[in-house]
Ligand binder design. Structure first.
Ligand SMILES: [Zn+2]
Length: 124
């Protein structure tokens, strides 16, 4: 999946806004509701789309969070990937693509004959 990238300007602005502290907030990043991570970003910074860009092509500063690597990994694994999978499933459903049936189904109006090992028609 190709991801839209933030511009250098947006990243610079986000870093400035963050004051070099992780901007991740809340459950989406594995934190308590309303709690901010605030880890120093000096060890590495990732720029995260707050709203996943599969659903929104928003690369504005408002949708850009300067987060520490730990928070970014957490959100990618626990939030973005399940969300993206759900989006794909919903698109499939919308397009009428159904998931495969659950295994083998007995043909209608037949019964299994154990002596021949085959299904045989039941004559009504
Ligand atoms: Zn963090």
């Amino acid at each position: 999946m190709s991801r839209a990238e933030f511009s250098k300007k947006t990243k610079r602005e986000a870093l400035k806004r963050s004051k070099m502290k992780c901007e991740a907030v809340g459950k989406m990043y594995g934190l308590e509701r309303g709690q901010r991570c605030s880890s120093p970003l000096g060890f590495g910074v990732e720029f995260d789309h707050i709203v996943l860009d599969a659903n929104s092509k928003d690369d504005s500063l408002e949708n850009c969070a300067a987060v520490c690597i730990r928070c970014h990994r957490w959100k990618t694994a626990k939030h973005d990937i399940p969300m993206a999978a759900k989006t794909v499933r919903m698109q499939d459903k919308h397009l009428g693509i159904k998931s495969k049936g659950r295994g083998f189904q007995k043909p209608a109006n037949t019964k299994f004959n154990w002596s021949t090992g085959r299904y045989e028609r039941i004559d009504a």
